[in-house]
Design a protein around this ligand. Structure first.
Ligand code: COA
Length: 161
C-alpha cells in the first residue's frame, strides 16, 4: 500500500468513499452528498499546509485523510483537526493507522502544535484508532448533532505534536 498526497484525479474515489458515509452512516454529520465540483474544490483547499492524503492499494484509492483548521480565530492557527475515511472493503487491515500516522507526520512537519479529532461518541472504531495513535479523550459534547432523527454525542480527542 502506498500513501501519497491527494491530487484532483483522486476526486471521484474520495467522493465515493465519503458520500457512502454521508448517505448511510452516522459517522459524519454532513447530510447532503458532495458534488464532483465540491470534491475538487475540497482537494484544492487541501493541497497546501492543510493537506489531504490518500492510501492506494490494488491500484485504487482505498482511503483518505486530511487536516483542516480547528477554528477560524487567529490564535487557534497552531491547531488542526483531522479527518479519516477508509473504504469499507479495506477496513481492519491497518489502512486507517497508516493514514493517521502519515497525516500526523505532516501536521508535525508543517509546524502545528496540536491535533484534534471530533468523533461520534459511540464510534468505537474511530476512537480506538485515534487512541492507538496517541490521542487522549478530552470530553464528550452531548447531543450537539442530529442525523436520521437521532441526537448525536460527539467525543473530542487530542494529541499534542
Ligand atoms: C475508523 C476507520 C477509519 C478505521 O480504519 P481501519 O483501516 O479499519 O483501521 P485499522 O485497521 O488501522 O485499525 C486501527 C485500530 O482501530 C481500531 N479499530 C478499527 N476498526 C475497529 C472496529 N470495527 N471496532 C473496534 N476498534 C476498531 C482498533 O484499535 C485497531 O487496532 P487493532 O487492529 O490493533 O485492533 C474506518 O473504520 C472508517 O473509515 N470508518 C468510516 C469512516 C469514519 O468513521 N471515519 C472517522 C470519522 S471521525
Amino acid at each position: 500500500m502506498e500513501v501519497r498526497r491527494a491530487v484532483l484525479e483522486d476526486s471521484k474515489a474520495i467522493r465515493t468513499i465519503y458520500n457512502h458515509e454521508v448517505l448511510n452512516s452516522l459517522v459524519t454529520l454532513d447530510l447532503i452528498p458532495r458534488s464532483e465540483a465540491e470534491q475538487r474544490h475540497w482537494i484544492a483547499e487541501h493541497s497546501g499546509v492543510y493537506p489531504a492524503i490518500v492510501a492506494v492499494a490494488d491500484n485504487s484509492v482505498c482511503g483518505f485523510a486530511s487536516l483542516s483548521p480547528y477554528r477560524a480565530r487567529a490564535g487557534y492557527s497552531t491547531t488542526v483537526e483531522d479527518s479519516i475515511y477508509v473504504d469499507s472493503n479495506y477496513r481492519k487491515r491497518g489502512v486507517g493507522t497508516a493514514l493517521l500516522n502519515n497525516i500526523l507526520l505532516l501536521a508535525n512537519q508543517h509546524g502545528f502544535h496540536a491535533c484534534m479529532a471530533r468523533v461520534m461518541a459511540n464510534h468505537q472504531a474511530s476512537i480506538s484508532l485515534h487512541e492507538s495513535c496517541g490521542f487522549l479523550l478530552v470530553g464528550i459534547e452531548r447531543e450537539v448533532g442530529r442525523k436520521f432523527g437521532k441526537w448525536m454525542d460527539v467525543a473530542l480527542l487530542q494529541k499534542l505534536l
